[in-house]
Each structure stands twice: as structure tokens, then as C-alpha cells.
Design a protein around this ligand. Structure first.
Ligand code: FUB
Length: 455
């Protein structure tokens, strides 16, 4: 079968946009977090020293919220993100037929529960489904074989209080919640609607049916004894506002703007975590080439709460969050661990996990903050090629930076026929941004599964 390639419109414009960004090393773009597909509706989860970032997936060229699956990425340093693919899709829910929209994952009982809004086939209404997995990267399975709850509204957020009581909130245009049972897949009591008062959620003018700023996308959490509800406000376009409360069910007090209307997406969607001593705000915009309201991209900013617990107003940036620590090149690294890239795609690898593929001459992967220390002497990579192969060039600082090595990749007889190649390295010392640059003839050259340097 012919090898096909999903092409994000304007890939050439992406390269141009990246080249036009500020050139100081620290200011090089790391937002949006994912460059090879459009992502939306970020839902970060901290687990075992990593951030797992669950997202929706806007289809290329979409002119509506055409979304069929969800995606997972993870990072230990907030800049190099590993693509774990799609462990949950509409196909997981036999009773759903469309709208894989904004969800959230929570961990409990050594399991991971993913609450998502989808359209129920039988009546065309939006409902909330729940999938469960034994690992944060799945695979996820339908926990119930039916919706958990439904009132034709969207955007679940889930929160487990210190006393073990879990709450599931959701809604647009209303805001409702249920008390989840300890099994996380059933609830006790009925659906409670949170009063949308202007004191609680701010005042919207000119829309009699929606008197408050609350629109959709709630993200509820607790920090230092204070309960937060960060949400998409007004429409359209949306900004991000937030409210606080002394308890999980209110009463809520509107606190102001977290992120003003920015970017080229008319929606935005919050996800907030504390990780490794820092606080991080995830959101989406239309920053990729071809990007917009239906072709969005997830990004992140680091921030600091004020002493009284309020959140300062944040701006979208192309810089993103600072790196936590550095990346060790002397242990095996997945090729799909990427700070920024141009021209690459990822796909399932026959050896497990994913590989980077559809690589053509000039494509590159940036891996940020690679700690070479006293110096690397060699580079090893797991490669495959159904054509004549090419060269994986090792460059520092930029795609055209100092070349410290280059491994020849032979034809291996197939895109999933894997071989290990090695080559010498000179001049890779200290901590550097590493660029794996693809060189060769025309067409697709080779695939890359993993790589590792030797001292
Ligand atoms: O991604 C589809 C919908 O757009 C989400 O459910 C909303 O929060 C908005 O981001």
C-alpha cells in the first residue's frame, strides 16, 4: 500500500516561522508543545515524576470541532515531550459516534480514569463517558459500556478532595457536578447545578441567556486549602477566568482573568498543575501554520501564585516553560521525545512504542538541554528504511549549527525493519540543544526509533 503522509498545511511556513523567532538560545520557540499534529483542550496529570499531557486532536484542515481521538504526551522536564500516541478514541465507546472533545484524567486505586464528552449515537446528545487504564499511557477501555452521566453538556473536570470524596463537574452553558463513588465510575445523589451568579462567575453584558462570564471548560482543583475553578469565559472569542471557593461545591467568588483573549483560536481551555516545585498553566491557541479555531495547538506557561493564592494574568508565548534539569544522552532516548520539530511525523513502531517517520531531506528534531558533559565519542540509533536511507546528522544549537557527527542509514528493506547504526562524535560537550537533522536524496529517507550517545 502506498505510504501516505498527513501534512499540516503550511509546513514550509512553520520552518519560516521558526527561523524568524528570536535567535537567543533560551528564547527559541518551545510552544506549541506539539508540532506534528494539531492538539487542543490540554489536561495535564502529574504522576511518578512526570507530567502526562492528555489532549484532544483537531483533524488537519478541520472546519468544525472534528475530533475523533485523544492523545497523550509526557515529559519530566517540561520541554522535551514524548509522544505516546492515541490510547483512546471514539471507537473505544461503541455507543458514541462523534465529538471527542475536552476531557481529563485522574489517578486512583493504581488506575487512570479518563472522563470525556462525546456524542451519543442513539440520540445525538452530548454525554460524559469514562474510560479506565492500568497505565497513564493506556490502553484505555470503556469502563461502563454506556455514558456515566448526560445532560447534553460537555467538558468534564474531575477532582478528588483530601477526604477522598471525588467530584465530577462539567457544563456549557450550565455548570453541574456529581459526587463520584470511590470506584470512580458511578455516583451517589443526583446531578447538582452550581448557581451561576455574577458574584461567583463575573458579569457578562449583552447576553441575556448567559449573564455570567462562565462559558465552558472548567478545571477544578485545590491548593493550600483554597478551591479553584479556572474556566473558559465569554464567547467568542474566549478568555480564561477563574473563581475560588472555601469548599468543593462553593460558594464561588469570581477572581478575574488568568489569560486574556490572545492567539488565533476563538476557544481556549485551561489545565493547571503544580510540578517539581513550580506551577504551570496549559492552554491552546492557533499558533501552528494552518492553525485557527478548529486547528489548535496546546502550549504551556510557568507562573507563580501571589502570596494570597491569586493567579497573575498570563500571556501566551512562543518560549514556553523553562527546562527542569537536563536530558541524559547516555541513556536510550525515544526519537519521539521532542522539544520542537520540523517536517516529522510519529507512528506506532513494530518494536513497541512509537517511531519518528516520513522523514525527508532537511527535516529536523530539536532535543533541548542535552547534557553531554566532558564529551560524547559515539552515537547509536535504531533506524529503518524501505528506500535507500540517508544520514542522520547531529548538530548543536540550530538545524544548521555545528555538525558533531553523522550516521549513515542504509536501506533496511522496510519501514519497520529495524537496524542499529553507530558513528563517531567529536565536539559535543557541555549542555547543548541537539538537532537531529535528516539529510539525503528526495522522498522519504528513513525512520528513527531511538538513539543514544556513548561517552
Ligand atoms: O474541543 C472541543 C471544544 O472546544 C471543547 O470541548 C471546548 O472546551 C472547546 O475548547
Amino acid at each position: 500500500m502506498a505510504r501516505t503522509r498527513r501534512v499540516i498545511a503550511g509546513a514550509a511556513a512553520l520552518i519560516l516561522a521558526v527561523l524568524l523567532l528570536p535567535s537567543a538560545g533560551a528564547a527559541r520557540a518551545d510552544n506549541p508543545i506539539v508540532q506534528h499534529i494539531y492538539t487542543a483542550d490540554p489536561a495535564p496529570l502529574v504522576h511518578n515524576g512526570r507530567v502526562y499531557l492528555y489532549t484532544g486532536h483537531d483533524e488537519d484542515g478541520s472546519t468544525y470541532f472534528t475530533m475523533r481521538d485523544w492523545r497523550v504526551f509526557s515529559s519530566a522536564d517540561m520541554v522535551n515531550w514524548t509522544d505516546h500516541g492515541s490510547p483512546l478514541s471514539l471507537a473505544t465507546f461503541a455507543w458514541a459516534d462523534a465529538n471527542a472533545w475536552a476531557g481529563q484524567v485522574v489517578a486512583r486505586n493504581n488506575r487512570f480514569y479518563w472522563y470525556v464528552p462525546v456524542r451519543q449515537r442513539s440520540n445525538g446528545q452530548m454525554v460524559i463517558g469514562v474510560a479506565v487504564a492500568d497505565s497513564p499511557t493506556g490502553p484505555f477501555r470503556d469502563a461502563l459500556g454506556r455514558p456515566l452521566v448526560g445532560n447534553n453538556e460537555i467538558d468534564p473536570t474531575v477532582f478528588i478532595d483530601d477526604d477522598g470524596q471525588a467530584y465530577l463537574y462539567w457544563g456549557n452553558p450550565n455548570l453541574s457536578y456529581v459526587r463520584l463513588n470511590a470506584d470512580m465510575t458511578s455516583y451517589s445523589g443526583g446531578v447538582t447545578r452550581i448557581p451561576l451568579t455574577t458574584a461567583g462567575f463575573g458579569t457578562r453584558t449583552g447576553n441575556a441567556s448567559r449573564p455570567t462570564l462562565y462559558e465552558e471548560g472548567p478545571w477544578v482543583y485545590k491548593r493550600n486549602g483554597l478551591y479553584y475553578n479556572v474556566f473558559a469565559a465569554e464567547c467568542c472569542s474566549e478568555f480564561i477566568g477563574y473563581s475560588t471557593a472555601p469548599g468543593p461545591t462553593g460558594p464561588w467568588t469570581y477572581r478575574g482573568t488568568v489569560m486574556p483573549r490572545q492567539g488565533t483560536s476563538f476557544t481556549n481551555h485551561p489545565g493547571v498543575i503544580d510540578f517539581n516545585g513550580g506551577s504551570y498553566f496549559f492552554y491552546h491557541n492557533g499558533a501552528l501554520p494552518g492553525g485557527g479555531g478548529y486547528t489548535r495547538s496546546v502550549a504551556v506557561e510557568k507562573f507563580t501564585y501571589r502570596a494570597d493564592g491569586t493567579i497573575p494574568a498570563l500571556s501566551m508565548s512562543t518560549v514556553g516553560a523553562p527546562q527542569i534539569g537536563s536530558l541524559d544522552p547516555y541513556v536510550r532516548q525515544e526519537a519521539e521525545t521532542i522539544a520542537f520539530s520540523s517536517g516529522v511525523e510519529t507512528e506506532p513502531a513494530s518494536e513497541g512504542g512509537r517511531n519518528v517517520g516520513y522523514l525527508e531531506n532537511g527535516d529536523w528534531i530539536k532535543v533541548k538541554g542535552v547534557a553531554f558533559g566532558a564529551g560524547a565519542t559515539a552515537f547509536t540509533a535504531r533506524v529503518a528504511s524501505a528506500t535507500a536511507g540517508g544520514t542522520v546528522e547531529l548538530r548543536l544549537g540550530s538545524p544548521t549549527g555545528t555538525r558533531v557527527g553523522g550516521c549513515t542509514v542504509p536501506g533496511t528493506g522496510g519501514w519497520q525493519n529495524w537496524q542499529t547504526v553507530s558513528c563517531p562524535v567529536t565536539g559535543a560537550t557541555g549542555t547543548q540543544d541537539l538537532y537531529l537533522r535528516v539529510a539525503g536524496g528526495s522522498g522519504y529517507l528513513f525512520n528513527l526509533n531511538w538513539w543514544q550517545f556513548q561517552r
